[in-house]
Design a binder for this molecule. Structure first.
Ligand SMILES: [Zn+2]
Length: 309
């Protein structure tokens, strides 16, 4: 869950609008696939995913990176999944189930702000990544740093939801959320704050895998798109995005894909079968092609993620 942040750089985030409606669900008789994508993520700016603990480094108390048992920094699978879900929701008809800041009226009739969990939903994203009542068909491993070069940078201070008037102006048009928030890129030195933060240095790579079981070709398209596999935008992972952290670009190390029955009737693939000749880059660039509303959101998403401020 991402909380709103006050920024010291003007205009350093923007919104991809919500697409409402029920288009784009899943035909339960569609053929489905299973397989694995091995990926390497190349960081182009410092990366910080916090462990929730603080540590003394060079005499300063710093927010500490999350590491695996071998001491290497990692991007947890849940964090990568969150990145993929947000992108996928922003370019599909997921406006009604997305976990966004929303205005609601409490039982005393008072207006409040809060996040809501997804409910049992049949949209393209929830039928792939799961939600309350539906399990996920895609599994993300932790992505492990191949080096452990870290540095301390004073990151911007995150704030919690407190001033509802300011938040309403920033996040809503009337009572409707503006949409999914994304950050452009920029020079880390132009957005320094006051929170000493241990981060992985720019130039570090992370290796991990994405395993999928029982997803349709359209799911595969939006999955490959949302992992940035067509190379048309960088992903943004971890914390301090307003401070330009977390710019990573994916490299595909390997891709396998096998038939595995239909969406409602999964079969384990025949081990003698050869991997299907599907191209993840092509799958990513096919996504949304025939839907002008989706295309408009894809253009907007690319525009924000490639913007330099
Ligand atoms: Zn949904």
């Amino acid at each position: 869950m991402e909380y709103p942040t006050w920024n010291n750089t003007a205009g350093n985030y923007d919104f991809v609008p919500l697409l409402d409606g029920n288009r784009g669900g899943v035909n339960e008789n569609s053929p489905v696939y299973e397989g694995k994508i091995n990926l390497k993520l190349h960081s182009e700016s410092p990366v910080y995913v916090g462990s929730g603990q603080e540590t003394m480094i060079d005499g300063r108390l710093c927010r500490a990176l999350i590491r695996n048992a071998d001491g290497f920094p990692i991007l947890p699978g849940s964090s990568i999944k969150g990145v993929v879900r947000t992108i996928a929701q922003s370019v599909s008809y997921s406006g009604s189930c997305a976990e966004l800041l929303r205005i609601y009226t409490d039982n005393r009739g008072k207006e409040k702000l809060g996040y809501f969990s997804n409910t049992d939903c049949k949209c393209l994203v929830c039928t792939m990544l799961g939600c309350m009542g539906t399990s996920s068909r895609v599994y993300f491993s932790d992505f492990k740093a191949t080096g452990s070069d870290t540095e301390i940078i004073n990151a911007l201070k995150p704030f919690s939801v407190s001033d509802s008037y300011t938040i309403k102006q920033k996040y809503f048009i009337q009572d409707k959320p503006k949409g999914f928030k994304f950050y452009p890129m920029g020079d880390v030195r132009n957005a320094l704050g006051s929170v000493p933060t241990e981060c992985v240095k720019a130039g570090t790579t992370f290796i991990g895998e994405v395993v999928y079981k029982g997803i349709t070709e359209r799911h595969l398209e939006i999955l490959c798109f949302s992992l940035g596999l067509d190379g048309s935008f960088p992903l943004r992972v971890g914390g301090n995005k307003p401070g330009f952290f977390g710019v990573v670009r994916p490299e595909i190390l390997s891709f396998t894909c096998y038939s595995s029955g239909s969406y409602k009737n999964l079969k384990i693939h025949d081990l003698s079968e050869e991997s299907k000749q599907m191209d993840p880059v092509k799958l990513a660039s096919e996504y949304g092609k025939n839907d002008s509303d989706v295309c408009r959101n894809i253009d907007k998403l690319r525009d924000i993620l490639n913007r330099k401020v």
